[in-house]
Design a protein around this ligand. Structure first.
Ligand code: NAP
Length: 486
């Protein structure tokens, strides 16, 4: 694997108006490698004035970017895609260093993130060809319907996919003709800054993309949202913060897209191919170490195959190799920080204390690094917190069920509705259950649903709006109707 190279990143700088500038606070934020707990780099700590400066730049660039030929916008996005793929290992090394995921998964994230630039480049060119032109029903005048960009957007991303979460927002925003200010998570800002470099080198004009890093997100973002020039907020993160941002967005009636938390059920019926179900449940659980909004949180297995499934699944969990992502043999990285490690440990001890049985793992790994053992919990009681809370770690809780009706009721018994997974060989049952699950996404006989060409998003407390697919572009567009007297 490639060694991490920070030489491309100007130290302690924000990217505003096409320039790498210091923050008004003069302060910096330390970025730590979660596998070693050693400092990795420092980035500038933006204050409120920096946030407003970034918004000034995005606002100033908006009209010209919206007027840029769609094919030119498409060419730039294609170029970003190619550069990301050419520099795949450099990005993967940075993702491993700041976030901790295994090497192969980091490479997979670069492919996934780069895929959004290609997918939206494909739609950027033909976007403004679409629309309607017709006669209104009384024959009095003509109706023209077209699309236009929403305007300057605030994009806020979490730490679990440092490249892909930003790419999933920036690519459609730019395709639509919007300018943006990106604020990545405090733990993983480096990948976003390197992406800004690539965007700059690919010909994105000054001010179209701005990146600020801050340790004071609540105040910096609140001031930007208070400014009516910010027309949209697209947020990926926890439901709690998403709700607070929705309240703030109401003030200026901002356009919003919310990708929030999940509590994904995996349902394994007795007629499933058990090898496929074990493999699917493993990837749904351990992808990104379980630190994914679509991670399997509750695994339901029909009683007649439960013992067999638990044995096979537990063997695989036990055999999973943890380690620093720089070791190509590592299949499971550390958690992002000490706080997340403590949260996972507390969810497991609460469940065990209340009567759950720990079949595999069940403890943090001695440091350095924020590692937690791959863990399997059985007989988890009704009152255990892990039944309702997002785990965000390598802990699988397995439940048994008897009937289809019972498992659908259980699976939907959550405020969340992001991903869900069903394993069965019966096509009718698969479609019936997928229809009945109140979730934005269902994987049938597969544990991975993310794809740039498919609409990603949730129902209920998991958010509103979709990213990727054709819906991902719509999120950055307004509909314009023009009535024409002839
Ligand atoms: P988080 O605490 O909500 O933070 C997410 C982002 O919001 C970070 O950039 C954070 O900045 C910023 N932020 C925090 N408080 C803010 C405020 N008051 N105003 C404005 N910005 C604020 O979530 P997280 O712990 O990083 O991420 C984990 C959560 O994200 C999980 O619930 C997961 O399910 C969800 N997630 C959802 C999706 C999806 O597509 N649905 C994808 C990935 C993750 P700081 O870093 O400075 O705090």
């Amino acid at each position: 694997m490639t060694a991490v190279d920070l030489s491309q990143l100007p130290e302690n700088r924000l990217f505003i108006g096409g320039e790498w500038v210091p923050s008004e606070t003069g302060k910096s934020i330390a970025v730590t490698n979660p596998a070693t707990e050693k400092p990795l780099a420092e980035v500038a700590d933006a204050g409120i004035a920096d946030g407003l400066r970034a918004l000034d730049a995005a606002h100033a660039a908006q009209t010209a970017w919206a007027a840029t030929a769609p094919m030119r916008r498409a060419d730039i996005l294609y170029s970003v895609n190619r550069t990301l793929m050419d520099r795949r290992d450099e990005f993967a090394a940075l993702i491993v260093a700041e976030m901790g995921k295994p090497w192969a998964e980091a490479q997979g994230e670069v492919d996934y993130g780069a895929g959004f630039f290609r997918w939206f480049a494909e739609s950027a060119g033909r976007l403004h060809l679409e629309g309607q032109f017709g006669v209104e029903p009384n024959g009095q005048y003509r109706i023209a319907v077209s699309k236009r960009p929403v305007g300057p957007c605030l994009l806020i991303t979490p730490w679990n996919f440092p490249l892909a979460m930003g790419a999933r927002k920036i690519a459609p925003a730019l395709a639509a003709g919007c300018t943006v200010v990106l604020k990545p998570a405090e733990q993983t800002p480096l990948t976003s800054l390197l992406l800004a470099r690539v965007l700059e080198d690919s010909g994105v004009p000054a001010g179209v993309v701005n990146v600020i890093t801050t340790s004071n997100s609540p105040d910096v973002i609140a001031e930007m949202m208070h400014d009516p020039r910010a027309r949209k907020i697209s947020f990926t993160g926890s439901t709690e913060v998403g709700k607070a941002l929705l309240r703030q967005a109401a003030e200026n009636v901002m356009n919003t897209s919310m990708e929030l938390g999940g509590n994904a059920p995996v349902i394994i019926f007795e007629d499933a191919d058990l090898d496929e179900a074990v493999a699917g449940a493993m990837v749904a659980k351990l992808r990104n170490g379980g630190e994914s909004c679509i991670a399997a949180n509750r695994i339901y297995v029909q009683r007649s195959v439960a013992a067999d499934f638990v044995r096979r699944f537990s063997d695989k969990m036990e055999a999973t190799r943890s380690g620093d992502g720089t070791d190509p043999a590592s299949e499971l990285g550390p958690l992002i920080d000490g706080r997340q490690l403590a949260k996972v440990a507390s969810l497991v001890s609460d469940a065990v204390h209340k009567g759950a049985v720990c079949a595999v793992g069940g403890a943090p790994v001695d440091g350095p690094g924020y590692f937690y053992q791959p863990t399997v919990l059985l007989n988890v009681p009704e009152n255990a917190q892990i039944r309702t809370e997002e785990i965000f770690g390598p802990v699988a809780a397995i439940y048994e069920f008897d009937s289809e009706e019972e498992v659908i009721r259980e699976a939907n018994n959550t405020p969340y509705g992001l991903a869900s997974y069903v394993f069965t060989r019966d096509l009718r049952r698969a479609l019936r259950v997928a229809d009945a699950l109140d979730a934005g996404m269902t994987g049938i006989n597969r544990g991975v649903v993310s794809n740039p060409s498919a609409p990603f998003g949730g129902t209920k407390a998991s958010g509103s709006g979709r990213e990727g697919g054709t819906e991902g572009l719509e999120a950055y567009l307004e509909t314009k109707y023009t009535g024409i007297q002839i």
